[in-house]
Design a protein around this ligand. Sequence first.
Ligand code: ATP
Ligand code: MG
Length: 341
Amino acid sequence: MDTKKLFKERYEIIDLLGRGGMAEVFLADDTILKRKVAIKIIKAQYAKDEIFREQFLQEARSAGGLSHQNIVTVHDVGFINNRIYMIMEYVPGTDLFTYQHQKDGFSIREAVNFIIQACSGIGYAHRKGIIHCDVKPQNLIVTEDGTLKVTDFGIARFLSNVNPIDEEKIVWGSPQYFSPEQAKGKITSYAADVYSLGVVLYQAVTGKLPFTGGTSKVLMEKHINKTPPSPRSINSKIPVELEGIILRSLSKEPSSRYRNANQMGKLLENLYPNKTPILTLSSENWFKTAWAKVKAGWAAFLKFRDKHIFQVDKDIFLWIIFGAALLAGFLPLIINSLGIN
Ligand SMILES: Nc1ncnc2c1ncn2[C@@H]1O[C@H](COP(=O)(O)OP(=O)(O)OP(=O)(O)O)[C@@H](O)[C@H]1O
Ligand SMILES: [Mg+2]
């Protein structure tokens, strides 16, 4: 007989993955679906309140409906011993903050590529009417293949509206990444997430936060009133256009920022169009890549011809292609001589 104690009679806890300001996250085995999951248990014990439960479930339902490759999927939420738990997709990897600090030579291109992915996930949520409200590197998990996944949708927004009914000291969200309107305790919009994405991008390309300060109060005051040092004054390799995007996303006035994460992501993509750094390839590598693509294209074409067109001698087939190309080249001259407009 199996004597293991299972969480919710289904999940076998394997390890503690990490602790944040408001929760503990465990790695567990789903004994029914035979897959790994992450279980988040929120510290605050206020799930006794019926209204709270209903509101939380409502919020969780909308976050649980998000399905996107750059968002950590939520499988289930519920209450246990008056605490909230969430069963999530397990994402093996490291958060962006740790990743940046562990990696030698974290490049601007790499940083922007991660923020483009974050914008894609958060932008998708914005299209569905959901604001994240706690965008920070610790909530962006980077997997081994370089995919970035955003976690903790909507939790901070919900919890910040609730007064904890026990004495536990809880830190909601992170003042280093707060938008000025969040710092003022005002109702936030998608532009609040754009601001926080701007802070994450600023930190990713300069290695520094735009504002630092001893206490949360000092930090919030700076987000509201102070102008951050220009990113290029810290890292001169940052292109002017990229600095422009960062500074616009850090505008104090929400309406001066990008409307949502999608818009910000599009501009970053325009600046760094491809995940493959074609422009940085040496000319020799460029030629090799181009030649390999021509060869692969020709092989695919021959395969298609053999399968679908007809079986003729290779030389005759080449002559036909050559003739067709020649004809196509002369076609404008023929049309011109016939006087067709
Ligand atoms: N779905 C997941 N898969 C794998 N690891 C995760 C997952 N969710 C969270 N973690 C890990 O657990 C750690 C703690 O997460 P948690 O969200 O509680 O804290 P945080 O994001 O650092 O702070 P905050 O409480 O302000 O959100 C994260 O840093 C991450 O390493
Ligand atoms: Mg988190």
